[in-house]
Design a protein around this ligand. Structure first.
Ligand code: MG
Ligand code: MG
Length: 265
């Protein structure tokens, strides 16, 4: 009997559309969507500074995505009210941009999605405002490396659990925890498709990765425990223990040569 490893946690907004294999034309649309997302995140990273309200970042993202001829993935998705998610310090994901003012020493996770020709790309990164503590710098670099570790494990014939366990091992070896209630996902016409891509698990378990699958890998790493809580706005997810959290995400395509990262310039 298969050990039931993963509790039936469903990430906010998860809408399984089945595993889909993309044609070369569909991959080309996703590459274009990926370029839009990467360009937008780069602009945001260059623009964010102390004294700025998080909603100013949302306006920059909205203008840029429009200017590049794409549509934002998140605005209106299950009622999400903004173009991007901005999650500060102990906020993990799904922070709603608003009047919060960024301060020196904050860590800020920026998550953006774009649609080109009906196909989506989704990416996130965590940046620092001004001078960061060594603790924050290490959290950010560990989370970024956790994403790289997951991407390196994503190849034809691997199972989702190979990638999940690689990320979990990497993170926990460094004394951090990975969030469990929210996971990566397949992506294509839908923002969230099958399979789910947890950041924890066991090798050699879960769905097989096949050529032409496109997935978003997105480790969320906490300094403290892995448990989460959702704020009264029904979106913002925070660490249950108030510890700091970082988030990196890329959309990749599974190819015969390994992972093709669609959300980098
Ligand atoms: Mg995202
Ligand atoms: Mg995602």
């Amino acid at each position: 009997m298969e050990r039931k490893l993963v509790p039936p946690f469903i990430p906010n907004g998860y809408n399984p559309g089945g595993v889909t294999i993309k044609s070369s034309h569909e991959l080309e649309l996703m590459r274009e969507a990926g370029r839009v997302v990467a360009t937008t995140l780069q602009t945001l990273a260059e623009s964010a500074r102390a004294g700025m309200k998080t909603k100013e970042l949302d306006i920059i993202a909205s203008n840029q995505i429009k200017r590049l001829g794409a549509k934002p993935s998140f605005k209106g998705y299950r009622g999400f009210p903004a173009t991007i998610c901005v999650s500060v310090n102990n906020e993990i994901v799904h922070g709603i941009p608003g009047d919060r003012v960024l301060r020196d020493g904050d860590i800020v996770s920026l998550d953006a999605g774009a649609i080109v020709g009906g196909f989506q790309a989704d990416s996130a990164l965590t940046i620092g405002i001004g001078k960061l503590s060594a603790q924050c710098q290490e959290l950010i670099s560990t989370t970024k490396q956790a994403l790289e570790t997951g991407i390196a494990a994503a190849r034809v014939g691997a199972r989702v659990g190979d990638l999940s366990s690689a990320i979990q091992d990497f993170v926990e070896r460094r004394g951090y925890s990975v969030v469990r209630e929210y996971v990566g996902h397949g992506i294509g016409r839908e923002l969230h498709e099958d399979p789910q891509i947890p950041n924890y698990g066991l090798p050699n378990r879960g769905p097989l990765l096949r050529r032409g699958m496109t997935i978003a890998i997105e480790p969320m790493v906490n300094i403290g425990g892995w448990r989460t809580r959702c704020l009264e706005d029904n979106w913002t997810v925070v660490t249950a223990d108030g510890s700091l959290s970082a988030h990196f995400e890329d959309t990749i395509a599974i190819t015969d040569d390994g992972a093709e990262i669609l959300t980098r310039l």
